[in-house]
Design a protein around this ligand. Sequence first.
Ligand SMILES: Nc1ncnc2c1ncn2[C@@H]1O[C@H](COP(=O)(O)OP(=O)(O)OP(=O)(O)O)[C@@H](O)[C@H]1O
Ligand SMILES: [Mg+2]
Length: 511
Amino acid sequence: MTEPLSRTPSSKHGGTLLKMTGMTKSFPGVRALDDVSLEIRAGEVHALMGENGAGKSTLMKCLFGVYKPDGGQILLDGREVSFRSPKEALLGGVAMVHQELEQAGKMTVADNIWLGRFPRVKGFLPIVSDGEARRRSAELFASLGINISPTARVESLGVGERQLLEIAKAVSYGAKIIVFDEPTSSLTEKEAAILFSIIERLKADGCGIIYISHKMSEILKISDRVTVMRDGRHIATEERARLTTEKIIKLMVGRELTERYPRLDEPTGEVLLSVENLSAVGTRLKNATLSVRAGEILGIGGLDGSGRTELFECIFGLSKRASGHILLNGREMENRNPREAIKNGFALLTEERRVDGIFGILDLTDNTTVSSLRDYLRGPLLSSAKMREKTRSYIDALKIKTPSEGTKIRSLSGGNQQKVILSRWLLTKPRVLLLDEPTRGIDVGAKYDIYLLMKELAAAGCAILMISSEMSELIGASHRVAVMSAGRIAGEIKSSEATQEGIMTLAAKYL
Ligand SMILES: Nc1ncnc2c1ncn2[C@@H]1O[C@H](COP(=O)(O)OP(=O)(O)OP(=O)(O)O)[C@@H](O)[C@H]1O
Ligand SMILES: [Mg+2]
């Protein structure tokens, strides 16, 4: 049994904790890892970067025994290991914090951490003494600066809190290596700040941190070294101090990326969508008024919780409208539910795509065409040839990395799954396209492809609204930015005149 709260990795600061060499793994039609090596030192944050499908998650899954590598060697603290499951890895001191959390919902927070371990009270039964577990949890949380009640049910926690819980659990096992696979994509800014301070503490204790993310600013802020992978191969490992955003991008993409955003043409169309005094029942959304012209891309900025997602949900009929009007081309739209909204020409790409957008056991073609099936009718039958052809055209346009359009979506990398869901909504030929964080989890090169597609859709007369938490994206990929604050629209700025400070000032207006 691991003694809780004692974290004393045997290696000294700077010494090698983990060494993976010659890691190789193939799936049908894909060489996911080709002779990859990675070395992690005690007390470092090591960023693992690469385009969608480069092999980052696969490398980690080989470490955790989720996949059995075809070849390669893993040394932990100088000893060869080959874990057969994440549970075994955790007991061996290697923990993973990832997005798809599988925590038992009905359990309390304290049980979730200690179940099956200290302190057992009833003979051989793995029962946790409530008082003791609670006390230990409280101690653990206090040491990490986490504010969660040990008696709360896991199901009552938000995604961010669950993730912090997962980290606390890793710490309680005395993990020496902690892997974070895109940890902040569902965290609020506040939670992300807590995460970063915990990472600092773990570093000071001599843990080795592997950090996977597509957010360049995070990588530059917290990492000590960066390893870049491309097409299943190791490309480079560099000290952070010797890297810049441009250098990292070049290593990832394999060429210079001269432009991050396509040049947008000025919209010439009339106002297509007007939203007037929109408020939603049970949300903070209050009297939102805005208009978007055909051919225009409107960025929606604001802090987490400022009501941006609620605005989209209300427009799309996912929440009940308390007041206000939605006009399309001057005609009143009820949009009482999503079905009605889709019929009226609205499409919504949600923020939690991994949760509510993917039909895992179906292939790419079905996942892509499911919302636009009537376009493939030939008489009463669906033309699967047409469906496949359409899917292939989006695989090309968005550079989706897949063996074919008949591949099951769940075998795609996280970012590539997202591109498939985006194609699905683009195929509904919407007149109003609502995009909630469309490039989250998408690599830099592919982001450009998505902006380009947005530009084309706008040019074809679509009105696009895009929520983004990335300032440069808000300014670079839209014509105009509307900023929300405490449920209201705080103001609008033309992108050509927008600055980060200007947006932040508006975001704080009603706080
Ligand atoms: N279970 C699987 N079956 C088949 N192919 C797989 C499986 N898991 C991964 N792959 C393939 O291996 C390659 C690497 O995928 P991986 O998930 O490691 O990428 P990644 O670098 O984590 O990308 P992302 O940034 O999008 O998360 C991809 O081409 C993917 O389709
Ligand atoms: Mg991944």
